[in-house]
Design a protein around this ligand. Structure first.
Ligand code: ADP
Ligand code: MG
Length: 145
């Protein structure tokens, strides 16, 4: 599978990448966001939401697990599954309706629920590299057709 690597040097550039991908997102798209705390998963998501036409503020849903935005071109389901311990907790949320629905899912910390993820998801990995500066990010995108 094709892996695309993009390097950014500011939050704005990561935001723009998200915006571009949000603009191209299709119904049923599932985007997995991986990377340590503070790498830019939420910055990417904010751009992505803007690309979908969502104007309301998008924040990390860490304490709610799922945040739903319906004002854009497609519904956006923003998950942060950092706190999920058991797959049953995802079942309680009714995650299947979102993962296999007609909106778009963005899932921060997706690797914590690996066994529940759709096979055709798009995987986005964000990494820092201190040697390249404080604002440098290496962003790997896998599964784009
Ligand atoms: P996460 O959701 O991965 O925990 P956030 O998106 O909340 O991370 O925060 C990323 C932080 O890193 C922000 O404070 C942002 O300003 C900063 N930052 C610096 N450089 C970049 C970059 N190139 N891309 C994204 N964020 C960056
Ligand atoms: Mg976040």
């Amino acid at each position: 599978m094709e892996v695309k690597v993009i390097e950014t040097n500011s939050p704005r550039e990561t935001w723009e990448l998200g915006r571009e991908m949000g603009g191209k997102a299709a119904p049923g798209g599932v985007y997995l966001l991986e990377g340590d705390l503070g790498t830019g998963k939420t910055v990417f998501t904010q751009g992505f939401a803007d690309g979908l036409g969502i104007r309301e503020a998008v924040n990390s849903p860490t304490f709610t697990i799922l945040q739903i935005y319906e004002e854009g071109r497609l519904p956006l389901y923003h998950f942060d599954v950092y706190r999920i311990e058991e797959p049953e907790e995802m079942e309680e949320i009714g995650y299947e309706d979102y993962f296999f629905g007609d909106g778009v899912c963005l899932i921060e910390w997706a690797s914590r629920i690996e066994e529940l993820l759709p096979a055709d998801s798009i995987r986005i990995r964000i990494e820092k590299d201190p040697a390249r500066g404080f604002d440098y990010r290496r962003i790997e995108i896998e599964g784009i057709r």
